[in-house]
Design a protein around this ligand. Structure first.
Ligand code: URA
Length: 215
């Protein structure tokens, strides 16, 4: 009796196997807690950003995604549309995501802050302290296989460090009690200003893909 897979391997043909689905479908309780969280964020007044926002930006995508991208905070377009990364930087992020064989629908995208800081200033420590518990609950629910910290502010807040981007990118960190792999990439807004650095984001996303393929 010949072994088909062995023969294919011997002649150098990659053998692909269908992976088992990692996550079970959402049950009613889990759906409820996600909706409760969405509603809490929508009506949040824990910091003064609620006074200047048009609306909160909860996040978008598959609430059980393997890949979770986390940016800094909504900008003007995101504040108006209620969705993260929809401006020019968002267009580039979409292309980056597409380049590794994913799409916005297959991942989840969130931010450290759910409301736009005026004039797109950096988030204040007090704002992050109030908002981070929402993100932590999102992470707990999504239970991603990998987290991509998009830009310095996201990386520094998630990893509780003040290291620079060049110190943080190019390696696999781990996040939280579950030690979820976390990779830091340059923010697409920076890459729009410095396109010659795009290859580094490509390297970092490739690194993330390698990390996830070990599971
Ligand atoms: N920049 C971010 O970090 N997040 C967004 O949602 C948009 C731009």
């Amino acid at each position: 009796m010949f072994d088909r897979n062995k023969i294919l391997q011997l002649i150098g043909v990659d053998v692909w196997r269908l992976r088992l689905q990692k996550k079970p479908p959402l049950n009613d309780k889990s759906k409820d807690s996600w909706v409760t969280l969405q509603n809490e964020v929508k009506s949040c007044e824990l910091c003064s950003l609620h006074k200047t926002r048009t609306q909160t930006v909860f996040g978008v995508g598959d609430s059980k995604a393997d890949w979770l991208f986390i940016g800094e905070a909504p900008g003007m377009d995101e504040d108006l549309q209620g969705e993260p990364f929809v401006g020019r930087a968002g267009g580039l992020l979409n292309e980056m995501v597409f380049s590794i064989g994913l799409s916005r629908e297959k991942i989840f995208i969130a931010n450290i802050l759910k409301c736009r800081p005026p004039q797109n200033r950096d988030p204040l420590a007090s704002e992050v302290a109030q908002c981070l518990p929402y993100l932590e609950r999102q992470i707990q629910h999504i239970n991603p296989m990998i987290i991509i910290a998009v830009g310095r502010v996201a990386a520094q807040n998630l990893l509780q460090t003040d290291k620079t981007m060049s110190q943080l990118r190019g390696r696999i960190h781990s996040f939280g009690a579950k030690k979820t792999p976390l990779v830091v990439i340059y923010h697409p807004a920076y890459l729009l200003r410095s396109p010659s650095q795009k290859f580094k984001a490509w390297e970092d996303l490739t690194l993330a893909k390698q990390a996830i393929s070990k599971f």
